[in-house]
Design a protein around this ligand. Structure first.
Ligand code: SIN
Length: 288
């Protein structure tokens, strides 16, 4: 190998410690979007992914929490078909879909120009026995600027706890309840999920918390003790270096793994329209 070719190979990856994310022979290309969280996946339209590609995507999103697929063109039915390759399609109880297509939820929010806020980091529909493994959004109409979605990495939240705290959380369960629903009568009873869950694909442990309105108690603790513990773990989950922030373009398809991430919309887009189609699939009962 000439010096030039050797230098190029080194820049390409393996030799400088950066392993290729997708095996040789696949048409998929994958690139990390930050140091640890978010992977951009390109190379094949979603409608044409082989079964092997789907397994690669499942692994990549499991490893890096969120996958972004730019430049797609998806009808609601095609989005349903794609997401159903990852699990049985599901929806949030008591929430109107607003799309005319069952299981396709229209996310349409206006920003507040005077008081821009974040939707609050959360993991989707945690208040059911089997919360969604994957959620997806397809960008139909997005602001020229603003209205991003942020993601944080719950493996890193867990890994960075002290060994004392990790031991303390063994066997700990948190109570999850519904908040913000169109039809409260359809909402299930509260459920208890482990504070730390093991991801079934990666085998890694991730902190499983969500915002205060939905994560309301710790088993065996007083209300104040539970509140303080959950608030600490929630705040601990949100540090800059564990985040990926997605800036939307029309045709973006983004899919995340709720078992190892939280996400939050940022409503800073004023009156600009923002319309995305959301489809989710069911996961397993969370286990420690
Ligand atoms: C959601 O919270 O599930 C939607 C996120 C978004 O609108 O960006």
């Amino acid at each position: 190998m000439s010096l030039d070719v050797a230098a190029e190979a080194e820049l390409d990856g393996a030799a400088n410690g950066v392993e290729p994310l997708v095996g040789e022979g696949s048409a998929l290309k994958a690139e990390l979007m930050t140091g640890y969280t978010g992977v951009e996946i390109t190379g094949v339209p979603l409608q044409e992914l082989s079964d092997d590609d789907v397994e690669t995507v499942r692994r990549l999103i499991g490893d890096y929490c969120v996958g972004a697929f730019p430049g797609q063109s998806l009808t609601p039915e095609e989005q349903l078909t794609f997401v159903s390759r990852f699990g049985t399609i599901t929806k949030t109880p008591g929430v109107d879909m607003r799309s005319g297509v069952d299981y396709v939820h229209v996310v349409a929010d206006r920003g507040d120009a005077d008081n821009p806020v974040s939707g609050g980091f959360h993991t989707d529909t945690c208040f059911v026995e089997r919360p969604p493994s994957f959620s997806s959004l397809y960008a139909v109409d997005v602001p020229r600027h603003g209205g991003d979605t942020m993601f944080c990495n719950q493996y890193m939240a867990y890994d960075s706890l002290s060994e004392v705290m990790k031991k303390w959380l063994v066997g700990m369960r948190f109570k999850h309840v519904v908040s913000g629903t169109d039809r409260p009568e359809e909402v299930p009873d509260p459920v208890w999920h482990p504070a730390v869950r093991t991801h079934p694909v990666t085998g890694r442990k991730a902190l499983y918390v969500t915002f205060a309105a939905r994560c309301v108690g710790a088993e065996g603790m007083t209300e104040a003790e539970g509140r303080n513990l959950i608030d600490f773990l929630y705040r601990h989950s949100m540090r800059d270096h564990v985040m990926y922030r997605h800036r939307w373009h029309p045709g973006d398809f983004v899919m995340w793994d709720n078992r190892c991430s939280m996400h939050a919309a940022v409503y800073d887009h004023g009156d600009q329209p923002r319309r995305l189609h959301r489809v989710m699939c069911e996961g397993e009962r969370p286990f420690e």
